[in-house]
Design a protein around this ligand. Structure first.
Ligand SMILES: [Fe+2]
Ligand SMILES: [Fe+2]
Ligand SMILES: [Fe+2]
Ligand SMILES: [Fe+2]
Length: 401
């Protein structure tokens, strides 16, 4: 079954506005929902936020009143979609529980994308990044056990393992070394462009989230850990956004954004287990088809090319949330000691890296190390969820007695 969003009819824009009753979605059940349903909600919220912010940036660079009015019209609908999607989350979760869910999204979405990415340089960028969010999950899970006296398996539910990845304190690289080479817009496969947009949007929302929620905790270790990991999410946004070819015209970027929204709503509609949530994905897909048609019109008029020249002829295989345990264990075993130098990767701590580390640590232990020490002190042992056996690195195993 092939699905070409350029050939499908959506809901006309003037019929997309929802009233309060329609926007008042029923949240998922906090105790019985599929954790991957929550992951799809979080991922899709990141995509909608990016759609809104991208449209604002485009409008700020656009002198044509009529185009700005059209952008405002579509953007208002994106804003309603963002509300409908994010309001599917139940209000019961603590900030730290939502944080753990965000890192689970980063782990399983990036691992999926790394597995599917055809371009070796881009694939390496995802493989590199995923080992870091994997470690963030472990640090936050320890903070969670320590200050909320609960275990992260309540949230990740055995689908994602929780154990050390590349140690968080080693993620603080010199900013120069966070910039990657972009794909080439004329040579890259369409799926590669979609992957880059998706992961960029996901990391950007995590960065924004930590910026705002970090100081809502009173415990000093929690405040410090959010500062530390918040700075790493800034590095991640720099890393992933630099993969996108900046030579794309604004109209081409708009087209890719709308196409990616179609792709992800279609993917989630195909893979969703909760029927009420599935209905939201389906409705939003039908809205996005019309956004895509409008973007295609702008692209034809102002870029002068045919959308079929730059987009995939049909949607690629659906983005799927599923366990990636074996894949992650293999990456840990082979790439845990990687860092970046310029736009490439190396396995030794080079001078610029060392200088950055020294300046940032100021002779002290990083909060991400302290949180483990503190939790061992408080709970008797550190928190891990190793469902597939001992840690793949002998040096990162713990003696349980
Ligand atoms: Fe949207
Ligand atoms: Fe992270
Ligand atoms: Fe990240
Ligand atoms: Fe859209």
């Amino acid at each position: 079954m092939t699905f070409n969003p350029l050939r499908e009819r959506g809901i006309p824009l003037d019929r997309q506005l929802r009233n309060w009753r329609e926007l008042n979605v029923t949240p998922i059940d906090p105790d019985h929902a599929d954790p991957y349903t929550r992951c799809r909600i979080i991922a899709m919220n990141g995509i909608e936020v990016e759609a809104i912010m991208f449209s604002h940036q485009l409008a700020r660079h656009c002198p044509d009143l009529e185009i700005k009015q059209q952008l405002a019209g579509v953007r208002y609908i994106e804003a309603q979609q963002q509300k409908a999607v994010n309001w599917l989350l139940p209000g019961l979760a603590s900030v730290l529980e939502t944080t753990i869910a965000y890192e689970q999204v980063a782990v399983d979405l990036t691992a999926w994308v790394a597995r599917m990415e055809p371009d070796p340089y881009l694939k390496q960028a995802y493989q590199f990044g995923v080992l870091e969010d994997f470690d963030h999950l472990y640090r936050y899970a320890n903070l969670y056990e320590m200050i909320e006296h609960r275990k992260a398996e309540k949230i990740v539910d055995d689908l994602t393992e929780v154990m050390p990845g590349r140690p968080t304190y080693l993620h603080h690289r010199h900013p120069t070394d966070n910039v990657r080479e972009p794909y080439d817009r004329s040579g890259a496969q369409p799926i590669s462009k979609l992957h880059a947009l998706t992961i960029m949007a996901a990391e950007q929302q995590t960065m924004n989230f930590y910026m705002n929620v970090g100081p809502t905790y009173m415990e000093p270790i929690a405040r410090q850990l959010y500062q530390e990991i918040g700075l790493i999410e800034e590095e991640h946004v720099t890393h992933y956004e630099s993969l996108v070819d900046p030579g794309e015209s604004w109209w081409e970027m708009l087209l890719n954004h709308e196409y990616n929204e179609c792709y992800l709503y279609h993917s989630f509609m195909e893979t969703e287990s909760d029927p009420k949530v599935k209905a939201v994905w389906e409705l939003h897909l039908n809205m996005e088809l019309e956004h895509l048609r409008l973007a295609a019109e702008l692209f034809k008029r102002h870029d002068g090319r045919d959308p079929e020249q730059v987009l995939a002829p049909e949607l690629p295989a659906p983005v799927t949330f599923e366990p990636n345990k074996g894949y992650l264990r293999e990456l840990i075993a082979t790439q845990i000691d990687y860092t970046t130098l310029g736009t490439g990767y190396v396995q030794e701590a080079h001078e610029r890296f060392e200088r950055m580390q020294e300046a940032l640590m100021g002779g002290e232990k990083a909060p991400s190390e302290q949180v483990i020490t503190d939790n061992v002190h408080k709970s008797g042992e550190e928190y891990r969820l190793e469902t597939e056996g001992p840690h793949p690195m002998g040096s990162l195993r713990v003696d349980r007695h």
